[in-house]
Design a protein around this ligand. Structure first.
Ligand code: PAF
Length: 310
């Protein structure tokens, strides 16, 4: 397994694999890998011949007040896990590689030296300021997490487009846990005619139902216990739907009751939306996404279920 920081070197490694007729799979991550990521890597190993895992804590998707400096970075453990799973390349670029300072007037050689000395402003969650090109997947980026994290999905879509341009994968693997992210990336790929397929893999859960997330590390013992209520609330909604309830307002009330069992849980949103448009629906029908986000101690946790309702 190769660990590569430089974009050109990564391109060369992938080009070599492509020339040998291999299908390329990309698993984009911000590191702190857990079983959820491992399931994506395993799916990539099954479906493709050459697997690249990118590890890049993307400053552009952190808003002000979201502490990028505290984001866990257990790089050695991540690399060890990738090796064990048979990953071919870990692409771990620096911020300067991904967001170089560019001056439109510079010559090619100027650009090289600017890149070497680049100082990308990332302090306190600011966007890398010199990037002028951003991908904004309209409408889909606004509801759900987009409301309390303005700019977040612009950062996600832009970095994914950069990664797709660098790696040129045939398939890229995302988790259903970040349902809105997966839907946005799928739409970007379709709208911009990008030549790859997005594969969305099921959410991996702890034995008690909590969705695996790098953010679970922030929970203390009491918060960890209460965190099971997220999935319990989603399951409650599913039970009520199976029993014939169709009104979203009624379902949301039942979910709130479950979440209120914990005094520590602060609900950001409970949303019941059309799984394609992400528009709120009054009555559940067709493909429906039931999603929630809460603040629990220092962690912001999200979870969702996707249902086909007759
Ligand atoms: O889901 C994540 O870890 C990130 O949002 C992603 C897709 C790697 C983009 O930075």
């Amino acid at each position: 397994m190769e660990i590569i920081e430089i974009i050109e070197k990564t391109r060369k490694a992938v080009a070599k694999a492509k020339a040998a007729g291999k299908k390329i799979g990309l698993v984009p991550t911000m590191g702190a890998l857990h079983e959820g990521h491992f399931s994506l890597i395993k799916a990539a190993k099954k479906q493709t011949d050459f697997v690249v895992v990118s590890i890049f804590v993307n400053p552009a998707q952190f808003g002000p007040g979201e502490d990028i400096d505290k984001y866990p970075r257990p790089f050695d453990a991540d690399v060890k896990a990738c090796k064990k799973l048979g990953v071919n390349v870990v692409f771990a670029p620096t911020v300067e590689q991904m967001y170089p300072v560019r001056d439109n007037k510079s010559s090619k050689s100027d650009l090289k030296s600017t890149m070497a000395e680049s100082k990308v402003v990332v302090s306190n969650g600011m966007y890398p300021e010199k990037n002028l090109t951003w991908i904004n997947v309209e409408k889909l980026s606004e509801p759900l997490c987009g409301k309390s994290r303005p700019g977040h999905f612009r950062g996600v879509a832009t970095v994914c487009a950069k990664l797709f341009n660098i790696i040129r994968p045939d398939f890229a693997f995302f988790g259903q846990k970040d349902a809105q992210q997966a839907i946005i990336v799928q739409r970007m790929v379709a709208d911009l005619n990008m030549p790859l397929k997005i594969v969305v893999c099921p959410t991996v859960r702890e034995k008690d139902g909590l969705a695996m997330s790098s953010r679970n590390k922030y929970l203390n013992a009491k918060e960890r216990k209460d965190a099971v209520l997220l999935y319990a609330a989603l399951q409650e909604a599913e039970l009520f739907i199976k029993a014939g309830v169709r009104k979203s307002s009624e379902l949301k009330k039942e979910m709130e009751k479950i979440l209120k069992i914990s005094k520590q849980i602060k609900v950001d949103y409970i949303s019941i939306v059309d799984a394609q448009t992400l528009n709120e629906i009054k009555e559940v029908k067709g493909q429906v996404l039931i999603a929630l986000a809460v603040k629990l101690g220092a962690a912001r946790l999200i979870d969702n279920i996707m249902l086909d309702v007759e």
